[in-house]
Design a protein. Structure first.
Length: 308
């Protein structure tokens, strides 16, 4: 019996088809076509895992084909206390929706958050976070921050990033320094700010915002994006946004701060707020509202005294 073999020219075609069926993208690296890992969500408690994976793929695909995007709060930095933290903000939003007359509810939540960011300091989620970021930057990858914070928090955000030794302007996409003014991104509804490799998106859809940033900076989508965020829904937004593209997304759900979230003490945070409020109000009265603007703290007009 005569055996029939596939012609040599057909093998790369067959290989690429198999890769596509497996959910993989392909890119041209130093050694020719490389099958890129399929998009997926991964749990990690160590930024070093992201660094190692990104360096591996950068070596295969080239540094211009790998991009690393970090969330900020509870991913790179975290508040020193519950008051003003991401978990505190989420708790406030929850009680506002369920119990709008709860006496622990603050008035003007975003403005108050800005005051708390100004008054408080932040800590690194892990001590070697700056070293992890620098390793990616030294390898020539584009590395930047995509945060849900708004442009009003610019001063507080850059102060804490500098204090922590985190700098993203050397590895940012787009024009040097970013853009001087806030703007409404394509597909967005609220002004955002992109400066020195930090994109403050004002709580807008992170997948849409990442695509918008690539568009306005004229940056071609890479073969592989590493997205690191503590919130799974933000990662899912990014995964969904690139699902029908040639870009694969490795979405890392950073869980190192999960124990801190589980220990969140709402009563303690409420007590801390009552202690701090007079000091913030006095600072604002003496120095003006240039850096934060705490609104009058009063229950909604239709809330009766003592009602929860």
């Amino acid at each position: 019996m005569t055996r029939k073999y596939l012609p040599v020219w057909f093998l790369p075609v067959l290989w690429c088809c198999a890769a596509a069926l497996a959910g993989c993208a392909t890119a041209t690296g130093g050694a020719g076509a490389v099958s890129v890992a399929p998009s997926r969500m991964i749990e990690t408690g160590d930024l070093a895992e992201v660094t190692q994976a990104a360096l591996h793929w950068s070596g295969l695909l080239g540094s211009d084909q790998v991009m690393v995007v970090y969330d900020l709060d509870n991913t790179l930095l975290a508040m020193e206390q519950d008051l003003g933290s991401d978990q505190w903000y989420d708790w406030q939003k929850s009680i506002a929706a369920k119990h709008p007359c709860d006496e622990r509810l603050v008035s003007g939540l975003l403005a108050v958050q800005g005051g708390l960011y100004y008054a408080s300091a932040m800590r690194l989620t892990q001590a070697d976070a700056p070293a992890q970021v620098r390793a990616l930057q030294d390898a020539g990858m584009k590395v930047f921050v995509l945060s849900s914070r708004g442009a009003d928090f610019r001063l507080q955000t850059f102060r804490e990033l500098r204090r922590a030794g985190l700098r993203f302007y050397p590895s940012a996409i787009g024009p040097l320094g970013g853009y001087a003014e806030a703007f409404v991104p394509p597909g967005g509804k609220r002004p955002a700010l992109y400066e020195d490799g930090v994109f403050l998106t004002a709580g807008q859809h992170k997948g849409a915002m990442l695509q918008a940033l690539l568009e306005i900076t004229g940056t071609p989508a890479p073969a592989l994006i590493f997205m690191v965020d503590d919130k799974a829904y933000n990662l899912q937004y990014v995964l969904d946004s690139f699902v029908n593209t040639t870009t694969s997304v490795q979405a890392y759900r950073y869980n190192r701060e999960d124990p801190v979230l589980r220990r969140f003490d709402a009563h303690q945070a409420a007590d801390q707020w009552q202690l701090l409020l007079p000091a913030l109000q006095q600072m604002q009265q003496l120095f003006g509202a240039d850096n934060f603007d705490i609104p009058d703290q009063a229950p909604p007009a239709d809330c009766e005294a003592g009602m929860e």
